[in-house]
Design a protein around this ligand. Structure first.
Ligand SMILES: Nc1ncnc2c1ncn2[C@@H]1O[C@H](COP(=O)(O)OP(=O)(O)O)[C@@H](O)[C@H]1O
Ligand SMILES: [Mg+2]
Length: 367
């Protein structure tokens, strides 16, 4: 990939997904003399190892749920048997969204340990597991740009993880997002910035692995305040769709400022208008689904609504067809969250493909 970028005379590479960040693509591009946006391999550990991230949070007093790491299945089982709270069992490494199992009983938690450590449900990523206290109830995604020292936060946003309305069914990569959270106390963004994002970026710099790129903590708002259940080292999907609709500044200027360590000189403006992104998925997702189904109605979408293509391709006859589980992200803004939601859904209704599925309650549930 680095070789290709150099052949193409690329000026700047925005490394967006978790896998190449964890392999060290940013370091590689920089060695080849190219500008790259994203954390180094060392900094991307914040996402690539949940066990490492927990230790890092402990070192820097970043609020997080009680957690323990295990390499031995018997020790993990003993821990589950003696726990007094509900637990979440997670693969240590990257697992394409399939490595975290939220449980409600000891039996379920023992089964989750088995799935990850014995049956290998998340492959090698699950050989080591992190078992943590289940916290909640409200989930929020915090995102911020960082050049390694300066931090500029983005608005807060909320993803809906489960496939069906009322937060039912299995978890997905995300079925829709709204921003900002209507339920949040006015000081929540500042609290998250001061207790989570700034200490994380300062901590990474202190440890000699400055974090450049987008840092994105997954947060539960609890009675004890906001707590981090994971760090991501990149933009979230579909959070980005809702966030970029609210960005009034030029993204490239911000990215270049991060790469050049000049974020302190950059002004970033966000729109006050709330946004909503509704994901349209294939029938059967997150399980098995068909692809190649023609999509109609895209030409009827309002000009101020963005339809982000996630799983589509152009067929030989020129028609746009489905090519993935999550197919489209229909994203609108409005004077109020209700207006943004109405506009997004009015446009979803103009789009059609066989078996298409979407949640009807994006922005109504807290997350
Ligand atoms: N400690 C926790 N308590 C309650 N729910 C959790 C906890 N940790 C994770 N979750 C839920 O599980 C989802 C996936 O967990 P996460 O740590 O983000 O793993 P990944 O994104 O790698 O699959 C989260 O979005 C959240 O809804
Ligand atoms: Mg996550």
């Amino acid at each position: 990939m680095a070789k290709k970028a150099s052949e193409l005379n690329v000026d700047l590479v925005f490394v967006a997904p978790d896998d190449p960040l964890s392999w060290g693509l940013v370091d590689r591009l920089q060695t080849e003399g190219m500008a790259a946006f994203g954390p180094s391999k060392a900094a991307a550990r914040l996402e690539a190892s949940k066990a490492w991230a927990k230790e890092f949070m402990r070192r820097h007093n970043i609020p997080h749920p009680h957690a323990a790491t295990f390499d031995e299945v018997e020790a993990a089982r003993d821990y589950v048997r003696s726990a007094r709270t509900q637990l979440v069992v997670k693969a240590d490494g990257l697992a394409a969204g399939k490595g975290a199992i939220v449980t409600a009983s000891m039996e379920e938690a023992l089964d989750a340990v088995d799935q990850l450590m014995v049956q290998g449900a998340a492959g090698d990523s699950g050989k080591r597991v992190v078992i943590e206290e289940r916290i909640g109830p409200r989930e929020v995604s915090g995102h911020a740009f960082s050049d390694g020292r300066t931090v500029i936060p983005m608005p807060l946003s909320c993803d809906h993880k489960t496939v069906f309305d009322n937060n039912e069914g299995p978890n997905t990569g995300g079925m829709g997002v709204y921003s900002p959270p209507w339920w949040a106390a006015p000081d929540l963004p500042d609290t998250i910035l001061e207790t989570i994002i700034q200490p994380a970026v300062e901590g990474m710099a202190e440890e000699g692995t400055p974090f450049k790129g987008v840092v994105y903590p997954g947060i539960m708002v609890t009675e004890r305040g906001p707590q981090v259940f994971e760090f991501n080292a990149r933009l979230g999907d579909p959070e980005t769709q809702a966030l970029l609709m609210r960005l009034d500044s030029d993204l490239l200027d911000i990215v270049e400022a991060c790469v050049n360590g000049r974020l302190h000189e950059t002004n970033v403006h966000w729109s006050d208008r709330p946004s909503v992104c509704v994901v349209i998925a294939s029938s059967g997702y997150p399980g098995e689904y068909r692809t190649g189904l023609p999509i109609s109605g895209l030409e009827n979408v309002d000009r101020d609504v963005q339809v982000f293509h996630a799983g589509t391709r152009t067929a030989e006859d020129g028609r746009i067809v489905t090519a993935g589980g999550r197919v489209l992200g229909v994203t609108a803004t409005g004077a109020t969250l209700a207006e943004a939601r109405d506009k997004a859904y009015a446009n979803v209704a103009r789009i059609h493909f066989e078996g298409m599925h979407y949640r009807r309650d994006i922005g109504l549930q807290s997350s």
